[in-house]
Write a protein of this length. Structure first.
Length: 434
C-alpha cells in the first residue's frame, strides 16, 4: 500500500496534469486551473464535513471511509478516541473500587476541605456521624457535629491526640475521632471509630476490681477485728465470746474461699483454650447427681422434679458443665421460698439439647435480666450473701455456655418464678457406640 502522503501527492499531480491537458486542449488554461483547484478544495471540504459529523456523533461509530491523508487521519483519530475511552473506563473502575473499599471500611472516613467543608464521606460516616449524602456535602463539619468537645478540638487545631465523644446518631455509641492532615491544600481526613465495646469493657474491668475489693473487705474486717479480740483476751472467761467469733470467722472465711474459687474458675475459663477438654459427657447422669445435690441443698424444703430423657450425651467439658448447670439449679433452690417447686428438664431433638430449670421463686424484674450475667451483679445483694452467693454464678454459666457454643435464655416474672434455659447446638450431640 502506498504511503498516504505519496498517494495524496499523486492525486495532486494527476489533477494538475489533467488540468494542463484540458487547458492545452481547450486553450483555456486559467479556467482549467481554477476548475481543478475548486474541485480539489471541494474534495477536502467534503471530508472536513464528514469528519465534523463523525466527531459530533461522539466518534463511537466506525469512522467514515476515506483514502489518502483523510483515511489516515480518520484512522488515527479513531484509535486515539478508543485509547481515551479505555483509560477512562479503567479510571472509572479504579474510582469505583476505591469507593467500594472505603464504603466497606468499618470506620467512618470524611474528607474535609481546608475551610472545613465536607467534600466526601463513606457509608460508615453516615451511620456513625448521622451525615446524609443529599444535604451534607459542602456543609461545614462544625455545623453538623455540634458536640462542644468537637468544636474545641477543631478550634485548637492540634490533632496529635484523638478525641472521644458520643455519636450524634446514637448517644449510646462512643466514637474516637482522629483528624489527619493530608495533601498540599491543607485538606483533612476525619476518621471516627466505634469504641463503645472497648469503653464498656474498660468500665466493666474497673467495676470488677472495685467489686472484688468491696466483696473481700467485709470478711477481712471481721477477721481482723476477731483476731484483735483474740490477741487481747487473756482470761479464760472470754472463751464463749471466742467460740462465737470463731464461728463468725469460719463463715466469712468460707465466703472468701467461695469468691476466690469462683474468680479462679472465671479466670481459667477466660484464659484456657476453648474445646481443649471436650469429651463425651453423659448429661443424664450428670443431672441425676445435680438433682441429689439440689435435694441436699434444699433440705427437703422444696418439691424438686427431674424430667430428663435417658441417654443424652454431649461433647463438652464435664467440670465446666457441672459447674454451670449446678449453679442454675442451686439458684432455683436459693431464690425459692420453702414450699416452692423446681422442675429440672432436659430433652434432645434435631435442633440440639435443651436444658431448663423452672422455679416458683421470687422472680426477677425485667430491667435486671439483661445484666444478671455480669460479675457481681445481684438484684438483692443482702439476700444473695445470706444464702451463700458470690454474685459470680451466672457469669460462670455464661462463660461455660459460650465455650460450648450454647446460649442462655432467662424468662421471669416477679413473685411467680423464673425459667433459666440453656440451648446446646446439635453439633455437640454425641451418640455413644452400643
Ligand atoms: P448469686 O451468687 O448472687 O446468686 P448469680 O450470678 O448466681 O449470683 O446470680 C445473680 C443474681 O441473679 C442473684 O443475685 C439473684 O438476684 C438473681 N437470680 C439468679 N437466679 C435466680 C432465680 N432462680 N430466681 C431469682 N433470682 C435469681
Amino acid at each position: 500500500m502506498l504511503n498516504p502522503w505519496a498517494s495524496e501527492i499523486w492525486r495532486l499531480i494527476t489533477l494538475v496534469v489533467l488540468a494542463l491537458l484540458v487547458g492545452l486542449l481547450t486553450g483555456k488554461m486559467l479556467l482549467a486551473a481554477l476548475f481543478a483547484t475548486v474541485a480539489y478544495l471541494i474534495w477536502h471540504l467534503v471530508h472536513l464535513v464528514r469528519l465534523e459529523k463523525w466527531l459530533r456523533k461522539g466518534g463511537t461509530a466506525t469512522p467514515p471511509i476515506g483514502n489518502g491523508v483523510w483515511g489516515e487521519l480518520y484512522y488515527h483519530i479513531y484509535r486515539m478516541r478508543q485509547r481515551n475511552r479505555k483509560s477512562k473506563r479503567r479510571l472509572a473502575d479504579v474510582i469505583g473500587r476505591f469507593r467500594e473499599s472505603t464504603s466497606a471500611l468499618p470506620d467512618a472516613a470524611v474528607v474535609l476541605r481546608a475551610s472545613g467543608e465536607i467534600e466526601w464521606f463513606n457509608d460508615a460516616a453516615a451511620r456513625y456521624l448521622g451525615l446524609s449524602i443529599s444535604g451534607d456535602i459542602g456543609q461545614r463539619v462544625i455545623n453538623l457535629l455540634r458536640h462542644p468537645s468537637f468544636a474545641n478540638y477543631l478550634s485548637k487545631g492540634d490533632f496529635s491526640d484523638s478525641l472521644e465523644m458520643p455519636s450524634p446518631a446514637d448517644e449510646m455509641m462512643i466514637l474516637e475521632i482522629n483528624i489527619v492532615p493530608y495533601g498540599g491544600q491543607n485538606q483533612n481526613l476525619l476518621i471516627a471509630r466505634d469504641v463503645t465495646r472497648i469503653k464498656n469493657l474498660e468500665k466493666m474491668r474497673k467495676d470488677f476490681v472495685a467489686n472484688v475489693s468491696h466483696e473481700l473487705r467485709t470478711p477481712l474486717t471481721v477477721l481482723t477485728g476477731t483476731l484483735e479480740s483474740l490477741a487481747d483476751a487473756d482470761d479464760s472467761e472470754t472463751l464463749a465470746t471466742w467460740r462465737r467469733s470463731i464461728t463468725h470467722m469460719q463463715q466469712h472465711n468460707q465466703r472468701m474461699l467461695s469468691i476466690v474459687d469462683d474468680l479462679l474458675m472465671i479466670s481459667r475459663l477466660e484464659t484456657e483454650d476453648n474445646q481443649r477438654d471436650h469429651y463425651p459427657v453423659s448429661l443424664s447422669a450428670m443431672l441425676a447427681t445435680i438433682y441429689d445435690e439440689a435435694i441436699a441443698l434444699s433440705d427437703n424444703k422444696h418439691g424438686i422434679t427431674l424430667d430428663v430423657e435417658p441417654g443424652i450425651w454431649l461433647m463438652g467439658d464435664e467440670k465446666e458443665l457441672h459447674s454451670a448447670l449446678s449453679n442454675l439449679v442451686a439458684n432455683a433452690v436459693r431464690y425459692s421460698p420453702a414450699g416452692g417447686t423446681i422442675v429440672i428438664k432436659c430433652l434432645q431433638d434435631d435442633e440440639g439439647i435443651l436444658f431448663s430449670v423452672k422455679d416458683s421463686g421470687i422472680g426477677i424484674a425485667p430491667h435486671h435480666i439483661q445484666r444478671l450475667t455480669e460479675r457481681f451483679y445481684r438484684v438483692d445483694a443482702g439476700r444473695s450473701r445470706a444464702s451463700g452467693g458470690t454474685g459470680l454464678g451466672l457469669a460462670i454459666v455464661k462463660h461455660v455456655l459460650d465455650r460450648h457454643g450454647a446460649h442462655l435464655e432467662i424468662s421471669s416474672e416477679i413473685e411467680k418464678g423464673s425459667v433459666f434455659s440453656c440451648h446446646f447446638p446439635a453439633r455437640l450431640i454425641y451418640t455413644p457406640v452400643k
